[in-house]
Design a protein around this ligand. Structure first.
Ligand code: ATP
Ligand code: MG
Length: 256
């Protein structure tokens, strides 16, 4: 990977790009993953490349759901495997959740490579190689493991496809999405929508989980009962609007 100087003003974003490109070179990320990352970057720019207060609220409720779940699963795709393998493993560890590889551009080789990649970052069991159940969808993200996503009650789906997100919700599951685009079908259909970069969101969620397990927050069920996902999505849109307005003021452009 190209070494990015730490003092570069776009350090985080350039490192993320290097990781995705490296993921392609390793055969774990699809070329289409580059485009998805680009769309994410654009929305991150609009939101101010920071974790908003409402994203933290969504992260907290997401952790509460995962901690109370009977069978929580974290879905891993080619982008998250390349960007945040160590954080996916840490989060699964602290939450006592299982990792399952699930790919839109699926091949057995890629599933195998991602599994090995996660294991090289400390993962124990990684689901997704069996693929012994199918969701009612016409693409390969339909292929899931019976003991994983198929029977899970809560699924964390960073960078999910809108169709599958809806299907999982229809199956009665609690679906937690991490997606920088508050208007994607995924964001609008998930039970909990975390509008944040997956790199920042997963890191916060690891810390939140440790704190919440110590009981330093409200009872988990109260956190869930007091949550309003529509408000979180609308806050994300408002943040984008305010951010653009501030930028316009700074450069002396009228905000209509
Ligand atoms: P949908 O199918 O839900 O309408 P989409 O078709 O717009 O989504 P996909 O290509 O299915 O998008 O998935 C990419 C999504 O992931 C985009 O919404 C993009 O904003 C988001 N995304 C990409 N990179 C990141 C990242 N690093 N952190 C968070 N979100 C990201
Ligand atoms: Mg999509």
């Amino acid at each position: 990977m190209t070494e990015i100087p730490k003092d570069h003003p776009r350090y985080e974003s350039l490192v993320a790009r290097e990781r995705i490109v490296h993921g392609i070179d390793m055969g774990i990320t699809s070329k289409q993953g580059l485009v998805a990352q680009g769309r994410g970057e654009a929305f991150d720019y609009l939101i101010g490349e920071r974790t908003t207060e409402s994203a933290v609220i969504a992260q907290r409720v997401a952790v509460a759901h995962m901690l109370l779940a009977r069978s929580p699963v974290i879905s891993v795709n080619g982008n998250t495997a390349a960007l945040v393998p160590e954080l996916m493993v840490s989060l699964a560890d602290v939450l006592d959740a299982r990792l399952e590889v699930n790919l839109f551009h699926r091949s057995d080789t890629r599933v195998h490579r991602i599994t090995e990649h996660l294991k090289s970052h400390g993962a124990g069991m990684v689901l997704g190689t069996k693929g012994d159940k199918r969701l009612d969808l016409s693409h390969d993200r339909a292929i899931v493991d019976e003991e994983g996503i198929f029977s899970a009650d809560v699924v964390l789906v960073p960078l999910e496809d809108g169709d599958r997100c809806q299907k999982l919700v229809e199956m009665g599951k609690t679906v937690i999405a991490i997606d920088l685009n508050p208007l994607s079908r995924t964001s609008l259909r998930a039970t909990v929508t975390i509008v944040d970069n997956v790199t920042r969101a997963l890191s916060n969620m690891v810390d939140l989980t440790k704190d919440m397990k110590k009981g330093s927050f409200d009872p988990l069920q109260d956190i869930i009962d007091n949550y309003d996902n529509k408000k979180v999505v609308s806050d994300a849109l408002y943040t984008i609007q305010e951010h653009l307005k501030n930028k316009a003021e700074k450069i002396g452009v009228e905000w209509i």
